[in-house]
Each structure stands twice: as structure tokens, then as C-alpha cells.
Design a protein around this ligand. Structure first.
Ligand code: ZN
Length: 172
């Protein structure tokens, strides 16, 4: 297993639209294991392949408190959405920022599981929000895109400044 590097906003690679997974094989399962290791270590409750610079339609989630409900969704597709939920969202690719985003409260999603078997799942609340957030990543979209341009620019400038400080510290 290996921990992967998570791309951070405003890295342009986060804007890549992911292509469908054509084969669910051992290589993909190894990537899924590495993504779980990376997500749990961060720690986070969701991670899209886009965030680790793999532009395939794959995401993982685990919204449990004790890492007991890992779900990998390959080629996920939302079939139904209803209701509205507004929650504070954060993102491993936008570290340190939490902003309110409006999503569907309840979704039905179709995907392939780790064995390549087609599944359908109902999700609501946090799990529904998390899946919608991760599917956005696969489409090159970030939660900051739902904010005002001024707010997004402010976050971009602050993150770039913080990263300059970090790299200076490493050099010294
Ligand atoms: Zn995210």
C-alpha cells in the first residue's frame, strides 16, 4: 500500500474531466486500497481519483466514525435526486476551508463495485452530500465553484501564500 499525493486547489489538474473506468481489475483494486489509505490518513470522508491525479471515474467514501463503512464507487451515476440540504463542506484539495454548499438531500446512485458488479444505492444526508461532492471532482468541479468569485479568489490567494511559506520552511 502507498499513500498518494493529493492535488490542491488551484492546481489545474483538478479541472480534468475523468473518463469511465473500462476494466475493474487488480490494478484498479490496488489504486482503491491506496486511495483508502490516503483518505484515512488525511483524514477525510471522501476522495475522488481526480484528487490523486488519476483521471478515471472512481471515488471512495466512508462517513462512519470508525472507518467501518468503506465504499468504492466506480463509474458512479446519479439516477435520482430530491430534497435540499445545506451543509458546511470541506475538501482535502482545499485544506482549511469550510463553506456552506447546497446539495440534494437524498440521491439514488448506480455504480460498479470493486468486483465490477453493478450496484444501486440510496444515500441521504452526509453520505449523499459526500457522493455529490466527489462526483463533482470527477467532472473537474470543486466546492469553491459554488461560492462567489470574490470568496474563491480569497481562498486561492491564501492557499498559495501558505504553500510558499511551507516550501520555504522545508528548504531551511
Ligand atoms: Zn473534495
Amino acid at each position: 500500500m502507498a499513500k498518494l499525493t493529493i492535488l490542491e486547489f488551484p492546481d489545474p489538474r483538478l479541472r480534468t474531466k475523468a473518463t469511465p473506468v473500462s476494466a475493474v481489475d487488480d490494478r484498479l483494486r490496488a489504486l482503491i486500497r491506496d486511495m483508502f489509505e490516503t483518505m484515512y490518513a488525511a483524514p477525510g470522508i471522501g476522495l475522488a481519483a481526480t484528487q490523486v491525479n488519476v483521471h478515471k471515474r472512481l471515488l471512495i467514501v466512508d462517513v462512519s466514525a470508525d472507518k467501518s463503512e468503506p465504499i468504492a464507487l466506480i463509474n458512479p451515476e446519479i439516477l435520482e435526486k430530491d430534497g435540499v440540504i445545506v451543509s458546511d463542506e470541506g475538501c482535502l484539495s482545499v485544506p482549511g476551508y469550510y463553506e456552506e454548499v447546497e446539495r440534494a438531500e437524498h440521491i439514488r446512485v448506480r455504480f460498479l463495485d470493486r468486483d465490477g458488479v453493478a450496484q444501486e444505492m440510496e444515500a441521504e444526508g452526509l453520505l449523499a452530500v459526500c457522493i455529490q461532492h466527489e462526483i463533482d471532482h470527477l467532472d473537474g468541479k470543486l466546492f469553491v465553484d459554488y461560492l462567489s468569485e470574490a470568496k474563491r479568489q480569497r481562498i486561492r490567494r491564501k492557499l498559495q501564500k501558505e504553500r510558499r511559506h511551507q516550501s520555504a520552511a522545508v528548504v531551511m
